[in-house]
Design a protein around this ligand. Structure first.
Ligand code: ZN
Ligand code: FE
Length: 251
């Protein structure tokens, strides 16, 4: 099996697109815009073969049409959102998708949008706006229950899976996480590391599933400290999740 090569491409203010290469194949995931993606393709002499979207929002698919026209690339996105993915060719669902030798696992993760998916390439997961580093996306088209289940689906991947998300929101997410779980030593440690990283202008991606489980408050609805701070010691997980999300919306 050919090795995967992943390149982070910052777009717009705080979006991330990603280039995934395997042999002669090259996919861009969530091209918000064309310029930064083309610059990376040209610098590496790579021909784009596929365009993948995690969801239909313009800051994840704004480059679809122009990149497709320029490279004759195939546009792949959630079948459930076929009508909202610009220039879509191939709709995918949990049956997965084949990228050369790679069987790509597709997780349907509705809540931020109805059709949102995450793509699992070997030991890397591209989560779009569903799971962020120490955060999660807003509930535009789904309930707290749906997002809780969608995050659980991603969190069930192996601990060493690398997490590549759709935005650099990490420092703000870490501040919020500390506000609900200030006694979490792993979180305190990570906040310090992220501050240094971001001061140096470095990306906070990739994270890992293990790190997220230890520090992402949206995966930690069973934390006794979080529950105590919310006054929800005995509430069910979805209720705790909904309250954390509500507080983050107002943070
Ligand atoms: Zn979005
Ligand atoms: Fe977004």
């Amino acid at each position: 099996m050919t090795a995967l090569e992943i390149t982070v491409i910052p777009c717009l203010q705080d979006n991330y697109a990603y280039l995934v290469r395997a042999g002669d194949l090259c996919a861009v995931i969530d091209p918000a815009e064309v310029g930064p993606v083309e610059a990376v393709l040209k610098a590496s002499g790579t021909r784009l073969t596929h365009i993948l979207n995690t969801h239909h929002h313009w800051d994840h698919s704004g480059g679809n049409r122009e990149l497709k026209a320029a490279y004759d690339a195939e546009v792949v996105g959630p079948e459930k959102d076929r009508t909202r993915i610009p220039a879509i060719d191939t709709g995918v669902d949990e049956n997965g998708w084949q990228f050369g030798d790679f069987k790509v696992q597709v997780l349907e993760v509705p809540a931020h949008t109805r059709g949102a998916v995450a793509y699992v390439f070997g030991d890397a997961v591209f989560t779009g706006d569903t799971m962020f580093v120490m955060g999660c996306g807003r509930l535009f088209e789904g309930s707290a229950e749906m997002m809780h289940a969608s995050l659980a689906k991603i969190a069930a991947l192996p601990d060493d899976t690398k997490v590549y998300c759709g935005h650099e929101y990490t420092l703000a997410n870490a501040r919020f996480a500390l506000s609900v779980e200030p006694g979490n030593a792993a979180l305190q440690q990570r906040f310090k590391e992220i501050e240094v990283l971001r001061n140096d202008g470095k990306f906070s991606v990739p994270s890992t599933i293990a790190l997220e489980k230890a520090t992402n408050p949206f995966l930690r609805t069973n934390s006794a400290e979080i529950r105590a701070n919310l006054g929800m010691a005995k509430a069910d997980d979805v209720a705790v999740f909904a309250e954390i999300r509500r507080r983050k919306d107002n943070f």
